[in-house]
Design a protein around this ligand. Structure first.
Ligand code: AMP
Length: 308
């Protein structure tokens, strides 16, 4: 069986992180990087579409390439790479965006080649919804389209985001942003309201409380692995997305069971990602690690009924 072709569009970034772990300036980040690298532990045909400036270090390109990510869609433009600066609270429970510099993303217009247009699975990572729409216009007949977004875009580009939602199968979003987008606090109702906007299913990411999938026939819950030490939560949501899409790419059919399994592989990759700064934990990950942690999730959640 050959894997499905996965197209990933999103930010490729240099992050400046601050928190109880100390300050880490100029580290690799961006939704497209976390997603592609996480997916690469599960599937092989991953094509990244994004843009960097001339200041983007060569070593990061090499790393993405070593992970087998196809970079034909990574443009290098005159100007500065997208930069994001965030600061975490002492308990890591909340984070503030201190600065977002779009840099070369401000004028980026993705131009997909034939192989990218023919992707089976498309993930529109957190990025300007105008660019997400631009990509949707270019892909031919994907079997599944999923997307992510964040408060930055909900506040600034709501109409464009709504146009994206009309055309996607699955929206991945964190709990606070689901509430903001829907204007309702209760997550079941918020997910219903978002499904009314067009997305067929909604996955609400809830940090160390796990993730909830809402779709037409009900809900499914994936826990987060209880970890004794979380170092840097940046990219947890994107690593979840990468594990999720990588698992779907590897599955023969996109059945409800395949989607449930993908929720667990998403949780597996997210659990690794937070164990070190930036993408560093993923750099040290082997295929055996992923299988072992999948087993840990199985043990964490498996139970038997009583014979009553
Ligand atoms: P997450 O922790 O999963 O929300 O992802 C964090 C990553 O998203 C960081 O590496 C940032 O570079 C990237 N990011 C932050 N803000 C934005 C934004 N407005 N648009 C695109 N990517 C962003």
């Amino acid at each position: 069986m050959t894997d499905k072709r996965l197209l990933v569009v999103g930010s490729v970034a240099l992050d400046d992180l601050d928190g109880p772990f100390g300050r880490r300036p100029d580290v690799l980040g961006g939704s497209a990087c976390y997603i592609s690298v996480s997916a690469s532990f599960l599937t092989k045909d991953i094509r990244l579409v994004g843009v960097v400036g001339e200041d983007f270090p060569r070593e990061h390109v090499d790393f993405l390439r070593e992970r087998g990510v196809d970079l034909a869609g990574l443009e290098v433009q005159a100007g500065k790479t997208f930069r994001w600066r965030g600061r975490y609270s002492e308990t890591l429970e909340s984070r503030d965006t201190l600065d977002t510099q779009l840099g070369v993303f401000a004028d980026f217009r993705p131009r997909l080649d034939d192989a990218q247009r023919d992707a089976d699975l498309v993930f529109l990572g957190n990025i300007d919804p105008v660019l997400q729409l631009d990509v949707l216009e270019q892909v031919r007949r994907p079997k599944l389209v999923a997307c992510d977004t964040m408060n930055f875009w909900i506040t600034r580009k709501l109409d464009d985001l709504r146009a994206v939602l009309e055309r996607v199968d699955i929206l991945l979003i964190n709990d606070e942003e689901a509430r903001q987008l829907a204007g309702v606090h209760n997550l079941v109702r918020a997910a219903d309201a978002i499904r009314m906007m067009g997305a067929k299913a909604v996955i609400v990411k809830r940090g160390d409380s796990g993730a909830l999938l809402f779709h037409e026939s009900g809900a499914f819950a994936a826990p987060a692995l209880p970890l004794a030490e979380v170092v840097d939560p940046t990219g947890a949501g994107d690593s979840f997305a990468g594990g999720f899409m990588g698992s779907l790419a590897r599955s023969a059919e996109l059945t409800p069971d395949a989607i449930r399994r993908a929720m667990i592989y998403g949780s597996v990759l997210a659990s690794f990602s937070v164990e070190d700064f930036s993408l560093d934990r993923l750099r040290r990950l082997g295929p055996g690690d992923v299988a072992a942690r999948f087993r840990a999730f199985y043990d964490l959640t498996h139970f038997e009924h009583l014979d009553l």
